[in-house]
Design a protein around this ligand. Structure first.
Ligand SMILES: NC(=O)c1ccc[n+]([C@@H]2O[C@H](COP(=O)([O-])OP(=O)(O)OC[C@H]3O[C@@H](n4cnc5c(N)ncnc54)[C@H](O)[C@@H]3O)[C@@H](O)[C@H]2O)c1
Length: 299
């Protein structure tokens, strides 16, 4: 996009973590920002925080898994600002299921698919027709993850499956948009190169009732602190990327119309290469990280 100033950006999952950093960075770039999140109190605090920084921010309580809620977000945005130019379909959750995937509950799948995949589909279906009808510049940014988007961590199947799907969906979107306009673009975001210390790893704290587990967990839910302890026990020192760094990369990608918002890092490139090499050589996936407590697989 040639100009971000005075244009309107919608960010889902905007009340915390990467979404709030996106709101801040887009606001600092001169955009009017609409933060959408299912967490009402967090959203209010996030909007207040951006106001203190002098950013034009509006909060709209939204559940991205519900198409009528996303439609209401669209309508509130257009009513308030008269237009919309950038849509960041960023809301996401980690289902946090335990044990082998063939024992996971359908509700683990339903929750992850509803937010991480249907949330993006609803965002695309609701906003793209308006982006096109406006005849102005516009852009859609869908948040994937290296986990699934590049290669899956086998012990997080729901998350990895949805994030792989987000890459494919965004590639299809890019290909189709390209055939009808040169004014509306699409990008897929891979936050990183390291993990971000956000609420994602403790999504279970706000798991909605309609996706609540039916069977009691065998092990306690994992917190970020537990994760860090597990990594250190495995001899890995946790490293983090700041949400602001990811958000800056998104702003730069909007300005340059860059599809792959992928951190430049040796680790990322090694992951891409390892999977591509395995496919090209018709080798079984030896690039997958081991599942804690898991045995060896059939070759
Ligand atoms: N944290 C990481 O290391 C990391 C890495 C790669 C990708 N991501 C992705 O980045 C995105 C943002 O995650 P984050 O790390 O900032 O986590 P986060 O938990 O801090 O933020 C996610 C936000 O989404 C909101 N949300 C959850 N369900 C929603 C729903 N149904 N409707 C609307 N909002 C909803 C939450 O309330 C929360 O504010 C996610 O898509 C996540 O998968 C994160």
């Amino acid at each position: 996009m040639e100009r971000l100033e005075d244009r309107v950006a919608v960010v889902t999952g905007g009340a915390g973590g990467i979404g709030l950093a996106l709101g801040r960075a887009l606001g600092e770039a001169g955009m009017r920002v609409v933060l959408a999140d299912v967490g009402e109190d967090k959203l209010e605090a996030a909007v207040a925080e951006l106001h203190v920084q002098g950013i034009d921010a509006l909060g709209v309580v939204t559940d991205v898994s519900d198409p009528s809620s996303v439609q209401a977000l669209h309508d509130a945005t257009v009513k308030h600002h008269g237009a919309v130019h950038v849509v960041c379909n960023n809301a996401g959750i980690g289902a946090g299921a335990e044990g082998p995937l063939w024992e996971h509950e359908e509700r683990d799948w339903q929750w992850a698919l509803a937010v991480n995949l249907w949330g993006v589909i609803h965002g695309v279906n609701t906003f793209v027709p308006t982006l096109l009808a406006q005849g102005d510049e516009g852009h859609v940014v869908n948040t994937s993850s290296g986990n699934g988007g590049i290669a899956p961590l086998p012990n997080t199947p729901q998350y990895a499956v949805t994030k792989a799907a987000v890459v494919t969906l965004t590639e299809c979107l890019f290909g189709q948009l390209r055939s009808v306009t040169d004014r509306v673009g699409a990008s897929v975001l891979f936050p990183g190169p390291h993990m971000l210390r956000t609420g994602l790893f403790e999504s279970w704290r706000t798991r909605p009732e309609r996706f609540a587990k039916l069977r009691p967990r065998q092990t306690p839910y994992v917190t970020v602190d537990d994760l860090e302890a597990q990594m250190r026990a495995a001899g890995i020192e946790p490293r983090y990327t700041e949400p602001a760094e990811v958000a800056e990369r998104v702003v730069a990608a909007l300005r340059t119309n860059t599809f792959w918002i992928l951190p430049e890092s040796e680790h990322t490139d090694d992951s891409i290469r390892a999977r591509a090499d395995s496919m090209l050589a018709r080798h079984n996936p030896d690039y997958l990280s081991p599942v804690p407590g898991g045995g060896g697989g059939r070759k």
